[in-house]
Every structure is written in C-alpha cells, then in structure tokens.
Design a protein around this ligand. Structure first.
Ligand SMILES: Nc1ncnc2c1ncn2[C@@H]1O[C@H](COP(=O)(O)OP(=O)(O)OP(=O)(O)O)[C@@H](O)[C@H]1O
Ligand SMILES: [Mg+2]
Length: 363
C-alpha cells in the first residue's frame, strides 16, 4: 500500500517529540500535521483531509481516551493509533476496546518513529478492512431490503390477481345464472345452473386468497362456510331446509381447496336434488382432521342411493367427483351404515406428490 501524500495528524503536547515525528514521518512520505491538544486535534479532523491519527495518551484538554472517544463519534473517523508511555497493557486494551485501530508504547530510544510508522500502516490496513466489511454488510442489508420490498410488492400483485380472477369467475357464474333463467328448457336450465355452481366454487377459493394472510394456503373451514352460504343463496338452496358444516380449522393449499370445494358442491347439489323428493331435509358437511389425514363427508337422511340413476342424470357429477378425488389421492365411498346417503372421502393432509400444483382449466 502506498502511503505517499497521506496526511497524518499527530496529537501530542510534547513539541520535541512532535518535531521528531514530523521529520521521521515526512521522510516516509507523509504530510504531518501537529495538534498540541485534544480539542485542537478534533477541530483539525473536522476540517477534513486527515487520513490517519496518532494520539498521545497524555494530551491535555481532554485527555487521550476522551479525545479518542470524541474522534470516533465523528462520522467516518480516520483510523487512530493510540500512543502511551506506560507498559501497562490495561491502557492499551481500554483504547482498543474504545475503538483505536492500533496502539504503541512510546520509547525514547530512537525506535519510536519507525514503530509509529508500522503502527500507522497497520491501523490504516485495519480501517480499510473494516470499511470493506461495513460496505459489504450495508450491501447485504440493502439487498435484503430490496428483496423484502419486491416480495411485498409481489404479494400485493398476487392478491390483486386472485381478486380479479375471483371477480371474473363470479361474473361468468352470474352470466350462466342469467342464461339459465332465460331458457325455457328445463334440461338446459339445470345444466347451466350446475355449471354456475361449479364455477362459483372455484371463484370462492380466489376470493379467500385475496383476504387470507398467506397466499399459499386457504383456511378450509372458512372457505367451505362461504361456499355453503353461496349454495344456500342459490335457486336450489331454496329447497334446502338445513345445510350445516362441522369443520376443524385446517389450512390447505389453494389447488386442493378447489378440488374439495368442487366435490362438496357436487355432493350437496345431489342431496338437494335427490335425497328429499317430498319435503326438504337436513344436509351435513363434515371435515375431520387427524394427524396426517383429512376426512370429508356429505350426508343426508333422505331416500338413499337405490342404484338406479335418476332419468335426469347426466352422470357428470359422479365423473367430476371421481376426477377431483383422484387429484386429492382419495376415493369417494358410500357409508353403508348410514340411513340416507353419506359419501366419505379420506385423503392425505399434505400434497406429497405436488401433482396439484398445475391444476388448471385444462386439467
Ligand atoms: N344424495 C343422494 N340421494 C339420493 N340419490 C342420489 C344422491 N346422490 C346421487 N344420487 C343418485 O345418483 C345419481 C348420480 O349422481 P350424479 O351426481 O353422478 O349425477 P346427477 O346429479 O344426476 O347429474 P349431474 O351431477 O350432472 O347434475 C343421481 O342421478 C341420483 O339418482
Ligand atoms: Mg350430481
């Protein structure tokens, strides 16, 4: 490292030694400036242009240690070599702890200036390393802040996208509803309102994601409650006497929530349509969690599955339930002990295969 033209501030009240240092360090290529008191030294540093400081312990107004503290309180202070006459290492330790970059014991036998030169070089190296470390730390912090800001922005955007997708799907559901109402054909009406229910089930997941604290998961009980509320308000819902939900608070990824929502929609609509041909009766949706398995069931106390499909049946519902169940690694089973119809699905709590990550309109 070249020390040419570097400016050394030497703070010491001893004029003779100051002259000695001036001569010796000038020979080493330094521009030496002398201050006879702590205050004068600090004032000189504040003027700027000082590259390194050698500070005597016994300098007056204020003493060496206090002067050191005040120098280090200046923003971007120059490195400081603390000079002491005492062999007492305690003073050196105190100075180093206070922030001096190096220390030196003043000996009066002619070695002082070369030793000071070595100490100054070492102090400047230390300061350089410290600055490089501080710069690197500042860069890491700035990168972290930039990353946090980007992540926050991305989350806001994702929420916004989910909100819009939810709204758009809701518009599609409303259009299907309008079209169903304007048709005179009962089969067309039924097909369109079935499609509406399926689209609404997906829309509800996106609306949940807009308000959920975590974009990677949906609170299943809240989602199902909102979904059932949609079903109660639908045209067919008028024929329901009681649609109830029992569910533990369970978080699940959005793709699996969509599959569960669609299954619940199908099974509840089946119960509404077929379970109670005469008077509406209760329909109960239940979600139970064990350590690594979820159990979903939809039950009614109606006529039960008698094996012969309703002539109005398209068989579409069954196919949709099976497709969604296989996405959940579940199979839908009828509970033979239940009077009426109870369909039960059991599936792993977590999506180990991650095959649902790509669930899309084309799936
Ligand atoms: N809860 C239920 N109670 C009585 N019968 C049912 C019940 N659920 C389904 N079924 C019978 O099973 C048949 C098949 O149901 P599925 O959902 O596959 O078709 P769908 O409901 O008739 O047609 P889609 O679902 O396309 O409207 C129905 O036609 C009905 O006869
Ligand atoms: Mg059906």
């Amino acid at each position: 490292m070249s020390v040419e033209k570097l400016r050394l501030l030497y703070i010491d009240s001893d004029e003779d030694i100051a002259r000695l240092v001036d001569r010796g360090m000038t020979r080493q290529g330094f521009d030496v400036v002398h201050a006879a008191s702590g205050e004068a030294g600090i004032a000189r540093i504040l003027e700027g242009g000082i590259d390194v400081v050698a500070l005597d312990q016994y300098v007056p107004r204020p003493d060496g240690l206090e002067t050191l503290r005040r120098i280090l309180a200046i923003p971007n202070p120059p490195p400081v070599v603390f000079v002491t006459v005492s062999q007492d290492s305690q003073i050196a330790v105190t100075a180093l702890k206070a922030g001096a970059d190096d220390y030196l014991v003043k000996d009066m036998h002619g070695d002082y200036v070369p030793l000071l030169h070595v100490a100054i070089e070492s102090a400047m190296r230390q300061a350089q390393i410290r600055k490089a470390r501080d710069d690197a730390e500042a860069e890491v912090l700035a990168s972290r802040d930039r990353y946090a800001a980007l992540a926050a922005e991305r989350e806001v955007l994702l929420r916004e996208v989910n909100h819009r997708v939810g709204n758009s799907l809701q518009i599609i559901a409303s259009l299907l509803h309008l079209q169903a109402n304007s048709s005179d054909d009962d089969d067309v009406k039924a097909a369109l309102s079935n499609a509406m229910g399926r689209v609404a089930a997906v829309a509800q997941v996106h609306r949940r994601l807009y308000t959920s604290h975590d974009l990677n998961s949906v609170l299943l009980n809240q989602y199902l409650e909102a979904l059932l509320e949609d079903l109660r308000r639908s045209a067919e819902g008028n024929r329901m006497s009681r649609l109830t939900l029992t569910s533990e608070s369970i978080e699940i990824d959005p793709d699996r929530a969509v599959a569960i929502g669609i299954i619940v929609n199908e099974l509840v609509m089946n119960a509404v349509k077929y379970a109670y041909p005469d008077n509406p009766g209760p329909i109960h949706v239940q979600l139970i969690a064990s350590r690594d398995e979820l159990q979903l069931s939809v039950a009614d106390d109606g006529v039960g599955l008698n094996g012969t499909a309703d002539p109005r049946s398209t068989g579409m519902g069954q196919r949709i339930v099976n497709a969604m169940a296989s996405k959940l690694n579940a199979c839908a089973e009828r509970d033979p002990t239940h009077p009426g119809t109870r369909i039960v699905l059991r599936f792993p709590r977590r999506d180990e295969s991650a095959t649902l990550k790509g669930l899309s309109a084309t799936d």
